[in-house]
Design a protein around this ligand. Structure first.
Ligand SMILES: *Cc1c(COP(=O)(O)O)cnc(C)c1O
Length: 434
């Protein structure tokens, strides 16, 4: 029996309505930017397998690093114990993050990295006897699917079923922008005014702000300007509010620099990392914070400590993969590829501008996105149909509602990018969108 049929009998997939999506493609092999299914068909992975894979599939030096580590130390409890890969990875991350980042807390995935950040912010104030318990987040933001992450991501509307169980969060519009948007300064001013008015009233009760910096991923690659993040930083600092950057998607080169806080030249108090951290090999995440946050958790009793930890915290295999991935990421070869993708994106913005049926063309670093004028929601028949058409042509692209985006592994070639772009336009023409 084929993999997809055996799968159907026993598996429940993530973010999937099983009544309308009846089968999953059985993937048997990955190599570089390509995935191969059980019938031998290949797919060019233009979304880095849900944004995690930054160097291509089965990248040999990462694979070798994991193998070597597995022969040395596969895992050890991380409370009361430590190990070389975790310490080394902490050191390496702190070298490339903003200088105010001083402590690394490990977990397993983006949602838990966010969960940890929210708990850090909440307890930071509580430990000092300060009554600040309000959170600010942004409309349509997505921060993962555990309860705290769902609460701050409630306006993504993926989680309406759980609404009654989510803690209260104050949401503000995310000033999204695109090519030839001549209204952006006004949009930013309105949002900043709204936030300031809120802070004038509730600033001394507000614990923290969480934002996806420069790009809101799951809501459809909505992009904001660095200027907005700089103004937001000024505002939050003046009210003593802590800022969390959810860089789970934007980290590790997506916005051009290694992190979007570097692209935006801002210094958040906490940064959440996951997805690209291990190059897409293993689930590992980090919540990195400034020293004053860490200091607020010191005390004579456990009650002031951060009550969080997972069985697989700082898994050595994950840390070894991350170290190998970071070395690759910082190499001249990868940095050149990133510049090539950025230039490709800039060039295609002009082409897209002249194409009918699409709007809000935008790019930030290695991410290129645009909206189809046709309306569509997440998982709708329209976007599923498009997804299937792309797959037929050998392209892994998952439209987010009416948004088409490219988020490729950095090992992709310019020829492959050109081919993917051509196929996308042809398929959109095929259904009379363009
Ligand atoms: C994917 C994502 C998360 C959640 O990460 P998981 O590893 O899927 O739990 C959180 N925040 C952002 C910005 C993301 O893109």
């Amino acid at each position: 029996m084929s993999l997809k049929h055996r799968d159907e009998k026993v598996i429940w997939h993530p973010f999937t309505q099983h009544q309308t999506i009846s089968e999953s493609k059985g993937i048997v092999k990955g190599q570089g930017v390509y995935l191969f299914d059980e019938s031998g068909k290949s797919y060019l992975d233009m979304i880095s397998s849900w944004w995690v894979n930054i160097h291509g599939h089965c990248q040999p030096t990462i694979a070798a690093a994991i193998y070597q580590q597995a022969l040395t130390l596969e895992h050890v409890i991380f409370s009361g114990f430590t190990h070389e890969p975790a310490v080394k990875l902490g050191e390496e991350l702190l070298k490339i993050l903003p200088s105010n980042m001083e402590k690394v807390f490990y977990s397993d995935n983006g949602s838990t990295a966010v969960e940890v950040a929210l708990k850090m912010v909440y307890q930071y104030w509580k430990n000092q006897g300060v009554a600040r318990n309000k959170f600010i987040a942004f409309d349509q933001g997505y921060h993962g699917d555990t309860f705290g992450a769902m609460a701050v991501g409630k306006q993504s509307h993926y989680f309406n079923a759980y609404e009654d169980l989510l803690f209260n969060v104050n949401f503000f519009p995310y000033p999204e922008t695109w090519e030839s948007d001549n209204n952006i300064e006004e949009k930013e001013r309105l949002v900043l005014n709204e936030i300031e008015n809120y802070l004038i009233q509730f600033g001394n009760e507000t614990a923290g702000i969480i934002i996806e910096p420069l790009i809101q991923g799951a809501s459809g690659m909505r992009m904001c300007r660095p200027q907005f993040l700089q103004a937001l930083e000024k505002l939050s600092k003046s009210y003593g509010v802590l800022t969390i950057y959810d860089e789970v998607m934007t980290g590790f080169g997506r916005t051009g620099e290694l992190f979007s806080c570097l692209s935006a030249n801002t210094q958040p108090d906490i940064i959440c990392l996951a997805k690209g951290l291990t190059g897409g090999f293993l689930p590992l995440a980090a919540t990195v914070c400034s020293d004053n946050i860490y200091q607020a958790f010191l005390g004579e009793t456990f009650s002031k400590a951060l009550a969080h930890g997972h069985s697989f915290t700082a898994n050595p295999l994950g840390c070894a993969a991350a170290l190998a991935s970071l070395t690759l990421l910082k190499s001249n070869e990868t940095q050149e590829k990133i510049r090539m993708i950025i230039n490709f994106n800039r060039g295609k913005m002009k082409v897209l501008n002249a194409t009918a049926g699409i709007e809000k063309i935008r790019s930030c670093g290695t991410v290129l996105a645009f909206n189809l004028k046709a309306t569509s929601t997440y998982g709708s028949a329209f976007s599923l149909n498009l997804r299937n058409r792309f797959a037929e042509r050998g392209l892994l692209i998952r439209p987010l509602g009416n948004v088409i985006y490219f988020l490729p592994p950095y090992c992709i070639t310019q020829q492959e990018l050109e081919w993917a772009f051509k196929v996308v336009i042809e398929e959109l023409e095929g259904i009379k969108i363009c």
